[in-house]
Design a protein around this ligand. Structure first.
Ligand SMILES: Nc1ncnc2c1ncn2[C@@H]1O[C@H](COP(=O)(O)OP(=O)(O)OP(=O)(O)O)[C@@H](O)[C@H]1O
Ligand SMILES: [Mg+2]
Length: 468
């Protein structure tokens, strides 16, 4: 802040331009200009603190900054102070059950977070080029209790997994159910990062977690729709930092991000605000490197200690899986679970479409030969069913050969069996949630495929847990 004699104190500057969330701060000497990602603090005419992050340097000792908080009422001439360092957030066990913003400040009206250790949310990545899909070391399975995931897209400790889907296909509900099951069944630690989604969703998430008594195992950070792009982008780093701190205590942690598309979109907004020319796809020229940096940060955080397993919800604009922002993520994800609108229309929840999804974790060395053989068979039957379905739509079921008719009927039972009532969706389905072990899933699937339940009508497989 300005000193009483009118001169700026060392490390202090003045706001010289405010253009929405882009703020320029001028310093008196070159040596005083802070580094990129350093924090600059200033305040508005109404004394609201404003936190800025240096994005780039301009000639004339000017730091061009991206605001992490609202710049409403921020005026030119406002004194600004540089703290010479990146944003630091509190970490540790006191963060469980709390909701903080990108700056690590509590936003849950439960008072200040107990003063403990803090950590910078930005850190240099280890040098050298890292191959995309740098394979994680572990092959240890994490049972989710969700049949379709455990059977076909198994979760492996330390892996990165995407839940992709257009608007309202159940990404957030699936995320919530995963948190529920991981905490309830495995007492796992979770970090939930809300990036750029609706404001009320924070509220709903909090109450759902509290209702299901899993809140005390979850650390939550939000940078939602109403916040400036800097906050929606930076919040991903805050989330990773919290997860990293848990992992370094030799614990396994699940990092949930809802929604990674919004994170990339915030990066695109920042790029536009900084006057960078977009690439021909309309996105920021740095799209690929931002997607890479995010995933590389997760990967490099795993050196030693426990593991970080990421589950990333990805909004797919207009259900278009070839959207450049969505495509930019593919190479970093070991499992890609695609939710489809067609399945929603058929009432098939969760709407994971096995034929559009893929997973490199479905490997006999990871899941074992029996599970692998069953999963392979499932994929074969579902693929064939897709073909038959088109034929049946034209010529009717009766024209199929006996063996095709059998396969068709089993595939429909299988499709129903892969639906499941969720604990967190009891309000929607009116059915109590079901947790199904991997062994129960594999066994039930095997029975359907082997024809041992051919005489049971297909409706009886719909929205159930394990086979009776
Ligand atoms: N497993 C489920 N069981 C029953 N209903 C579900 C399930 N998943 C989703 N739904 C229904 O779909 C709606 C949308 O789900 P959700 O909010 O999770 O979608 P989303 O993909 O996160 O959407 P958005 O893109 O808007 O964030 C829910 O409000 C609920 O009615
Ligand atoms: Mg959602």
């Amino acid at each position: 802040m300005a000193t009483t004699n009118g001169h700026d104190a060392p490390g202090s500057g003045r706001v010289v331009s405010v253009q929405g969330p882009v703020v320029d701060v001028k310093f008196t000497a070159v040596a005083e200009v802070p580094n990129v990602y350093d924090v600059i603090e200033t305040e508005t005419a109404t004394r609201q603190p404003v936190v800025l992050e240096v994005a780039e340097h301009l000639p004339g000792q000017v730091a061009r900054c991206i605001a992490l908080t609202s710049t409403l009422n921020l005026r030119r001439g406002a004194p600004a102070r540089c703290s010479r360092g990146a944003v630091r957030v509190p970490i540790g066990p006191d963060m469980y059950g709390r909701i903080v913003n990108v700056l690590g400040q509590p936003i849950d009206l439960k008072g200040p977070v107990a003063a403990g250790e803090t950590r910078a949310i930005r850190r240099p990545l280890p040098g050298g080029r890292v191959p995309p899909r740098a394979r994680h070391q572990g092959t240890e399975l994490l049972e989710t209790g969700i049949k379709v995931i455990d059977l076909l897209f198994p979760l492996v400790k330390g892996s990165k997994n995407g839940i992709l889907g257009g608007a309202a296909l159940g990404k957030s509900i699936l995320t919530l159910e995963l948190i529920h099951n991981m905490v309830k069944e495995h007492h796992g630690a979770c970090v939930f990062t809300g990036a750029g989604e609706r404001i009320r969703e924070g509220n709903e998430l909090y109450h759902a977690l509290a209702h299901h008594e899993v809140l005390d195992k979850v650390q939550i950070v939000f940078g939602q729709m109403n916040e400036p792009p800097g906050a929606r982008f930076g919040v991903a780093m805050t989330g990773i930092t919290l997860a990293e701190a848990i992992q370094q205590e030799n614990k396994d942690v699940l990092l949930f991000v809802d929604n990674v598309f919004r994170f990339l979109q915030a990066g695109s907004e920042i790029s536009t605000l900084l006057g960078r020319v977009p690439s021909e796809t309309g996105y920021q020229p740095t799209l690929a490197s931002e997607a890479a940096e995010f995933h590389e940060r997760i990967r490099s955080a795993q050196e030693g200690g426990g593991s970080i397993t990421s589950l990333e919800a990805v909004y797919v604009p207009a259900d278009d899986l070839t959207d450049p922002a969505v495509v930019a993520l593919y190479s970093f994800l070991e499992s890609i679970m695609v939710l489809s609108r067609e399945r929603i229309q058929l009432g098939l929840y969760p709407a994971v479409d096995p034929l559009l999804s893929s997973s490199s974790n479905l490997d006999p060395d990871i899941v074992g030969p029996r599970h692998y053989a069953v999963a392979e068979d499932v994929m074969r039957v579902l693929q064939k069913y897709e073909e038959l379905r088109r034929i049946v739509a034209v010529i009717g079921l009766d024209e199929l050969s006996q063996s095709d008719r059998t396969l068709y009927a089993r595939a429909r039972k299988l499709q129903n069996f892969l639906t499941q009532p969720f604990f967190v969706a009891e309000g929607y389905t009116g059915k109590p949630g079901e947790y199904v072990t991997v062994a129960q899933t594999v066994e039930g699937t095997e029975r359907i495929l082997a024809g041992r339940v051919d005489n049971v009508p297909e409706e009886q497989f719909y929205m159930i847990g394990q086979l009776p």
